[in-house]
Ligand binder design. Structure first.
Ligand SMILES: Cc1cc2nc3c(=O)[nH]c(=O)nc-3n(C[C@H](O)[C@H](O)[C@H](O)COP(=O)(O)OP(=O)(O)OC[C@H]3O[C@@H](n4cnc5c(N)ncnc54)[C@H](O)[C@@H]3O)c2cc1C
Length: 380
């Protein structure tokens, strides 16, 4: 389809570029920034189908984390110790890269620590996690240089005001940031380097002829030399062969709580639930494990099962003694797959894909974007 009434000038300036990137999330923006930083003269257009980025990057919880102890145990079981070491390293370095590119102030980064919460009914999991603390501390020290990153912090339980929890494992390196400010800053940085970002432009298909690729979108046909898909959970709509599945995350945020007793990021039930403070509000999300089948979707939305469970968790465990209203609710779509590594690979000679951050894109998104940029630049 050709867009109507386009001028010669518009077609020349906005509809052709050396590199076209699909998806204005953390991966697409970092790829665009990395390409422009390395090859300033290349023209780069970023196409985003939403009015705002409409996947995960502005809809997440803003945990700057590299894994809670129970998550790391599960991941070590699935990929082995050596690969887990590499994975934590990638997450840690990715976070440092994001901080270098954007800056802590613009990310609204706060180092309040992260905590994993256990109930008495989870004694077996709790004991296993506590027994693994020294193992993961050695691994994390090797990567970050920091000593005793994980520790049991039960003495904080009472002051945090939780009910029905009897164990807390602290991660002193975990932090929180503001995903809206993160993406806004990345957009500003990309624009300052000359990247053109076009919104409300959905990429539907493409054809390749020699070194010219035509990209067919809801706003007409674009031309490029290299086409990079950074559309994460939606990549399998165009490339069903990719090993990734969507996973919806539902989130709610309370009204401001008078004298909120805790600050930090919290993981519960092997990472399936997560909560944090946003100032004196509480953000709570998760519950995909209640119904994996329904939550494996590209559709945004809420379900009574997940919403009611989140609400009970807030009322019974997190804010048992405080009145609150739910003032915000939303959902975002992540990409998961059999391997914990992102997919960063060519689809053909001139078409590439970087997707599947497995729910940890704040940590690995910047590095994934950089590696995708390197792959595209090497092919030029
Ligand atoms: C509820 C929730 C909570 C999370 N919490 C955390 C957290 O605390 N910490 C953490 O590290 N990670 C978290 N994540 C994961 C993290 O947000 C993602 O891993 C990361 O944002 C993925 O970035 P991305 O750039 O790959 O994808 P996305 O941000 O999804 O970007 C892809 C973009 O592609 C666009 N797009 C898709 N198809 C097309 C098309 N055909 N044409 C044009 N554009 C298209 C989409 O609109 C979207 O904007 C969370 C995710 C969710 C959903």
């Amino acid at each position: 389809m050709d867009a109507i009434n386009l001028s010669y000038w518009e077609k020349e300036s906005f509809y052709a570029a050396d590199v076209i990137i699909v998806g204005c999330g953390i991966v697409g923006l970092n790829a665009a920034i990395a390409i422009k930083k390395q090859q300033q003269n290349l023209t780069v257009i970023l196409l985003e189908r939403g009015f705002l980025p409409s996947g995960a990057s502005t809809k997440n919880a803003g945990f700057a984390c590299f894994g809670s102890v129970s998550e790391l145990i599960a991941q070590e079981k699935s990929c082995g110790t050596a690969q887990l070491h590499q994975l934590i390293k990638k997450r840690w370095q990715g976070l440092q890269k994001l901080r270098d590119i954007v800056g802590d102030k613009r990310l609204a980064l706060q180092s309040n620590g992260g905590f994993e919460l256990f109930k008495p009914s989870e004694a077996t999991l709790k004991d296993k996690c506590v027994s693994k603390i020294s193992h993961f501390n050695a691994m994390v020290k090797d990567i970050t240089g920091a000593e005793n990153v994980f520790s049991v912090a039960n003495q904080k339980l009472e002051s945090f005001g939780f009910k029905g929890a009897d164990c807390l494992i602290e991660n002193k390196l975990e932090a929180q940031l503001n995903p809206g400010k993160m993406i806004k800053s990345l957009i500003e940085i990309a624009a300052s380097l000359g990247v053109i970002i076009l919104n409300n432009c959905s990429v539907n298909s493409f054809t390749e002829e020699g070194n010219n690729t035509s990209v067919f979108t809801s706003q007409g046909k674009f031309c490029t030399k290299k086409l990079l898909f950074c559309n994460n959970a939606f990549a399998n709509q165009l490339f069903p062969q990719l090993k990734l599945k969507p996973g919806r995350g539902q989130i709610m945020v309370t009204s401001p709580i008078k004298d909120l007793k805790f600050k930090g990021t919290f993981h519960y039930n092997e990472g399936y639930y997560y909560f944090r403070n946003i100032g004196n509000r509480v953000l709570l999300g998760g519950g995909r494990n209640l119904d994996f089948f329904t939550e494996e979707t590209h559709q945004f939305g809420e379900t009574p099962l997940v919403q009611n469970t989140l609400l009970s968790l807030l009322k019974e465990v997190i804010l048992p003694h405080q009145a609150f209203e739910i003032e915000y609710k939303w959902s975002g779509i992540m990409a998961f797959g059999p391997a914990l590594w992102p997919i960063i690979e060519p689809i053909s000679k001139n078409v590439f894909c970087a997707a599947r951050c497995n729910g940890m894109g704040i940590a690995i998104g910047s590095q994934t974007g950089q590696e995708a940029a390197d792959m595209v630049l090497q092919s030029l």
